[in-house]
Design a protein around this ligand. Structure first.
Ligand code: SAM
Length: 321
């Protein structure tokens, strides 16, 4: 695993010391973007149909997503190349079942049901090093496990000293070479290239100095983050080639208000008809002692997946890549 040891975390150490985290350099963007990402990933983990036992947050930064994984998975490891980020993670995002490490020693000797890498691979600028990393990740995935990657991709690749924004096709090719098979993907908003309407309102309100904490929270709560249109940011879910793959459907759209009303009207109408039938059959035949009853529509009870409740039925509304 020599390639990991050569990784220099000093850039990220200084960024962490300056900002208190290793995320967006722009304070306003980070204040909106990180909670929105956490919201979207919280929903994603809950819908993810994998065993919810062990997870790895690769390039965990100060551990915001590691902590989130800890709510869905029994054992979680957060690894980052930056020692400063790990120190902050230990202070801010420690919890039972979560371990933070700053070294790859024994990191891949165990298997994971989920490996998460949020805006990490775009900072591994060397393709060979990236393939070596992805290979370690793919071999450590349990059968049916998922690797979730969020990164930006441009039509024409772009490189600077610590970032290499690849073409999506190039990244997919490297992933495939490393034993990862793409299951599905979705576009996530980008604050400058593909902002959501709510983010624009937020940003203008900040600039006009009329942004309250309450309004910010309301905007984030109402924002889906996942966008249909083209966006340079993508979330991709991979399985391990040649093993049981995780089923698609993790990006199923949340059930909107109209769909909720439609379901409610339908189920209550069905309920009335059934109840009516039941009462008339009771009236006509006193011999009936036990009657089984089922509603013909998806009930409000969500199916469970391991320890986690699935928020919505899986398998519909997958967004394009
Ligand atoms: C943009 S930050 C994202 C942090 C975290 N995933 C999040 O979303 O809050 C990128 C992180 O990747 C880490 N990183 C960069 N190259 C890495 C490598 N080769 N191995 C592990 N971590 C790395 C950096 O230290 C930094 O914390």
């Amino acid at each position: 695993m020599g390639h990991f040891e050569t990784q220099d975390g000093s850039f990220w150490d200084s960024r962490c010391l300056k900002n208190g985290h290793t995320g967006w350099g722009n304070r306003l963007i980070h204040a909106y973007d990180q909670p929105l990402r956490l919201k979207v990933f919280g929903q994603l983990f809950a819908r993810l149909n994998v065993p919810h036992f062990a997870a790895l947050d690769f390039g965990c930064g100060v551990g915001d997503f590691t902590h989130l994984l800890g709510r869905s998975f029994v054992h979680v490891v957060g690894y980052d190349t930056s020692a400063s980020a790990i120190q902050v993670a230990l202070r801010q995002n420690a919890s039972t079942g979560i371990t933070y490490v700053n070294s790859t020693d024994r990191l891949f000797t165990r298997s994971y049901d989920c490996v998460l890498a949020i805006t990490v691979f775009q900072h591994i600028t060397d393709n060979q090093e990236l393939v070596a990393t992805l290979k370690e990740i793919s071999t450590s995935l349990s059968p049916g496990g998922a690797c979730i990657v969020m990164d930006a991709y441009f039509r024409r690749s772009k490189r600077d000293e610590y970032t290499y924004i690849r073409r999506y096709e190039e990244f997919l090719q490297l992933a495939e070479m490393s034993g990862l098979k793409r299951i599905e993907s979705a576009n996530f908003y980008h604050p400058s290239r593909r902002p959501t309407l709510r983010f624009i309102v937020y940003y203008l309100a900040c600039r006009l100095e009329c942004m309250s904490e309450k309004l910010r929270e309301r905007l984030i709560r109402g924002d889906r983050g996942l966008v249909n249109g083209l966006s340079p940011v993508k979330i991709t879910i991979f399985g391990r080639t040649g093993t049981g793959l995780p089923p698609p459907g993790a990006f199923a759209s949340p059930v909107g208000i109209f769909e909720k009303i439609r379901r409610w009207v339908y189920s209550s109408a069905a309920l009335r008809i059934r109840t009516h039938r039941l009462s008339s059959s009771f009236a006509s035949s006193s011999k009936t002692s036990a009657v089984s009853y089922t509603t013909p529509v998806a009930t409000s009870k969500s199916p469970t997946c391991g320890r986690v409740k699935l928020l919505h039925p899986v398998g519909d509304g997958t967004m394009g890549s």
